[in-house]
Design a protein around this ligand. Structure first.
Ligand SMILES: CC(=O)N[C@H]1[C@@H](OP(=O)(O)OP(=O)(O)OC[C@H]2O[C@@H](n3ccc(=O)[nH]c3=O)[C@H](O)[C@@H]2O)O[C@H](CO)[C@@H](O)[C@@H]1O
Ligand SMILES: C=C(OP(=O)(O)O)C(=O)O
Length: 427
């Protein structure tokens, strides 16, 4: 597995352009299977999860190319509705194909999705919603066979505003007969992006961004070209890294409206944040202040995907902060690693009490999941001395070469690519 070696202690400075959003691109790639013809998607980041999604689409018979930041999909030769177990297990987002394939072909065979070990991550809300639309789902252990004689619009209330279930059901309902209303829907910006994309292809969806989404079924869709929104979590990761290193950074291709809760937390910590159009400027001099209480919750509240990164800032702040995680029960795995770098953090059930220390020190740490890994890279940038972050493949799921992203801002990070057994070469 690749590792990153970080020489810490240098403030980040300069300008950076933010990549397109992984969590918007993945459902949009799946939604493209609803249409016959050529779909062109711009600003799709080069990430491990995107590669896996494209591999799945190729298995289904779709032609898929990803050059620079543009993906070209030709869905006219789709011939399979069977997603291979090995690919299905590589990420959570493989589940996004359930709604579109079922809707277009009346059948899909797939397996339980994989993904980061951050919690149990059931799919019961997806399955209940699809059954309400008229799907018959048989489960054989890990394997699921879903069939329908034709989906029919209905009212669906989600027990929890699940992002993935909201998206899956929107995609399933687009070609269903009649009108579907999803209440207690998730409101994340990526759901609005999916609505914009589907409507551009001729769908009739309103309400994304609110807790009630209405989908009027249409007979067919027409292919289109679409640009994916900026990645708010990558934006937030760079903002936190800039602040934690006491740097001055300008971020381009951002949407500050998607980051209101983070901006609020950073300002409470004494970080200077200036938002102007699609540009965010971050400046921080001196030690950040503690933030009494940060609670993760569905959008527009503070995002769970930025919890670990912000914890690094709080770990070196002046005072005591509390971070409460309400979305995923297994999302404090970075705490042990940060503690080994000198942080003072105590976890009690779903809350972490963080007593700020003056500095962290470099050591060897392990990325246990995507955002935990990003947090350890920030910790390495802040720390005195050398930090080695292992298991970088988790980070590669969501950041397009994180070392290059930070090195553009003056960081000193080297990737070592493992090639076999104990042999390593510099990347
Ligand atoms: C590709 C993508 O967009 N991933 C994001 C998406 O994940 P994802 O769509 O998986 O997250 P959900 O909103 O569905 O999950 C939130 C909570 O609901 C639970 N749940 C979900 C579905 C279900 O059928 N049953 C159930 O119990 C999950 O275990 C979790 O505790 O939203 C999360 C919450 O903002 C983010 O952290 C992920 O980065
Ligand atoms: C948890 C994440 O992604 P996924 O839902 O794809 O596992 C994430 O992006 O932080």
């Amino acid at each position: 597995m690749d590792k990153l070696v970080i020489e810490g202690g240098k403030p980040l400075s300069g300008t950076i352009v933010i990549q397109g959003a992984k969590n918007a691109a993945l459902p949009i790639l799946a939604a493209s299977m609803l249409v016959e013809g050529t779909v062109i998607l711009d600003h799709v980041p080069k990430l491990r999860d995107i590669e896996v999604m494209l591999d799945i689409l190729r298995e289904l018979g779709c032609r898929a190319e990803h050059n620079a930041q543009t993906v070209v999909l030709d869905t006219s030769a789709l011939h399979s509705v069977h997603i291979p177990e090995e690919l299905m297990g590589q990420m959570r987002s493989s589940i996004f194909l359930m709604g579109p394939l079922l809707s277009r072909f009346g059948e899909v065979q797939l397996y339980q999705p994989g993904g980061c070990a951050i919690g149990e991550r059931k799919i019961d809300i997806h399955l209940r919603g699809l059954k309400a639309l008229g799907a018959e789902i048989e489960e054989f252990g890990n394997r699921m066979v879903c069939r329908t004689e034709g989906l029919k619009g209905t009212d669906i209330h989600l027990d929890f505003p699940s992002v993935g279930a909201t998206e899956n059901l929107m995609m399933a309902a687009v070609l269903a007969e009649g009108t579907t209303r999803i209440s207690n829907a998730a409101r994340e910006p990526e759901i609005q992006d999916l609505q914009h994309f589907l409507n551009k292809m001729g769908a009739k969806i309103t309400g994304a961004g609110t807790d009630t989404i209405t989908i009027e079924g249409v007979g067919s869709l027409a292919p289109c070209r679409y640009k994916v929104i900026p990645d708010r979590i990558v934006t937030g990761t760079v903002m936190v890294a800039a602040a934690a290193t006491g740097g001055q950074v300008t971020l381009q291709n951002t949407n500050p409206d998607h980051l209101t809760s983070l901006i609020h937390v950073l300002r409470r910590a004494g970080v200077q944040v200036i938002a102007d159009g699609d540009i965010i400027k971050i400046g921080c001099s001196g030690r950040p202040g503690a933030v009494e209480r940060v609670v993760t919750a569905p959008y527009p509240a503070f995002p769970t995907d930025l919890q670990s990164q912000v914890m690094v800032l709080l770990a070196i702040s002046d005072g005591i902060s509390v971070m409460k995680e309400t979305i995923f029960e297994g999302r404090f795995k970075h705490v042990d690693e940060l503690s080994r770098m000198g942080a003072d953090i105590r976890v009690d059930y779903n809350s972490a009490v963080i007593r700020g220390v003056r500095r962290l020190h470099g050591t060897t740490v392990e990325a246990t999941d995507l955002r935990a890994g990003a947090a350890l890279v920030i910790a390495g940038l802040v720390a005195k001395g050398k930090t080695v972050v292992e298991n970088v493949h988790h980070i590669d799921r969501g950041y397009d070469q994180i070392e290059e992203m930070f090195n553009q801002l003056g960081a000193r990070i080297t990737r070592y690519a493992a090639i076999s057994n104990n042999q390593v070469i510099s990347g």
